[in-house]
Design a protein around this ligand. Structure first.
Ligand SMILES: Cc1cc2nc3c(=O)[nH]c(=O)nc-3n(C[C@H](O)[C@H](O)[C@H](O)COP(=O)(O)O)c2cc1C
Length: 339
């Protein structure tokens, strides 16, 4: 059995392989944040295709926390019903599913919303200057993460991923380039991590004890004065006891060009895994079965996440198993197509 197709366990959650569908917004909700048939089919297809763990796209914990007005939301009980269908559809196809809970902060592009951030610094010239969050507002957002997590439990998700990457609200607190606050949420590393710590504590309080919690981080801002690998390692060490696995991405805080090549973020995953002694997910231009197999086999990550490759080919997991010589289970409905 290949490393890629061997099972993995996160707390009590058993995953049939190490292949993760990376969270990807498909901008297919209406302004209400409700999931549609598109989402049901889209996620169901990747479950049928053999992915072990699907992480649903960034799902907003507040209306003003959306990236666009086509984002999914979980700020209200009305969002539950279609999400429950997505979850049970995925489970029927033999995969597990997590949800990425997110708040866009200053990257909110929804017309008419009051845009907020740790500091009144805009993300780019196309975006307005956000309002600096008050302490009370910060506390409200912490609670919004907790309430959304509670709803995720009700909907049947198997785990929660907290989006602390790509320049969204939590990342805005973490990076000195977007957080110039003078109070207990800015300045020292301990202060910049405080919001994330409070979110994680609240989410843990609102979910069941064995529910795994993942965070997605950006391991580098690719800019002087911003987060780099060393600081990211120090940050993870401060919250290590609150999370089960780190999903390691990079960039997104400011519009900069990133030098991308196959597996360009794997080195971050490897360093975090070794130096924080915590399991990791590697992501970013991982497209080939041998490449994915090598990343896990060499101990550079515990799982691999695929984004665009799974948009191109929902059956990648089945094909990669066959390629690596594994006996991979096919959906019974498709058995007559098995060569
Ligand atoms: C269409 C699209 C939407 C995305 N949406 C999200 C998202 O909701 N949350 C997130 O953390 N990353 C998001 N990403 C980043 C992907 O999860 C992934 O990290 C990135 O595409 C690199 O992996 P890949 O080379 O396998 O595509 C998105 C990427 C794409 C292409």
């Amino acid at each position: 059995m290949s490393y890629l197709h061997s099972p993995y366990r996160l707390r009590n959650l058993k995953l049939k392989n190490r292949i993760v569908m990376s969270p990807m917004c498909v901008y297919s909700a209406e302004d209400d944040g409700l999931a549609r048939d598109w989402h049901l089919v889209h996620y169901g297809s990747r479950a049928v295709g053999g992915v072990g763990l699907i992480i649903q796209e960034a799902t907003a914990v507040e209306k003003r926390g959306r990236i666009s007005n086509r984002d999914l939301g979980l700020w209200d009980d009305s969002h539950l019903e279609p999400l429950e269908k997505i979850v049970s559809n995925i489970h029927r196809a033999g995969a597990k599913v997590g949800i990425q809970l997110a708040h866009a902060g200053r990257k909110c592009g929804v017309p008419g919303e009051r845009i907020v951030a740790p500091s009144a610094m805009k993300w780019s010239d196309e975006y307005p200057v956000p309002a600096e969050l008050t302490i009370d507002e910060i506390q409200d957002i912490v609670k919004a993460f907790g309430k959304a997590a509670r709803r995720a439990v009700i909907a049947g998700y198997n785990l929660i991923e907290i989006h602390a990457a790509h320049g969204y609200l939590i990342h805005q607190f973490l990076s000195p380039l977007s957080n110039t606050r003078k109070d207990e949420y800015g300045g020292t590393r301990e202060n910049r991590v405080r919001f994330l710590q409070e979110v994680l504590t609240e989410v843990r309080r609102m979910v069941y004890e064995e529910m795994p919690i993942i965070i997605r981080v950006s391991a580098s801002d690719y800019m002087a004065g911003g987060l780099d690998l060393e600081e990211t390692i120090d940050i993870i060490n401060l919250i290590r006891d609150k999370i089960d696995i780190v999903d390691v991405s990079s960039g997104g805080l400011l519009p900069v060009n990133i030098d991308t090549y196959p597996g360009y973020q794997v080195r971050f995953s490897e360093a975090i895994r070794q130096r924080c002694q915590i399991p990791t997910i590697a992501v970013g231009l991982i497209t080939e079965p041998e490449q994915a197999e090598q990343i896990i086999g060499e101990g550079r990550a515990d799982m691999v996440a695929l984004g665009r490759e799974l948009l191109r080919n929902p059956y990648w997991p089945i094909k990669s198993g066959e390629y690596l010589g594994d006996e991979v289970e096919w959906p019974t409905q498709y058995l007559r197509a098995k060569i």
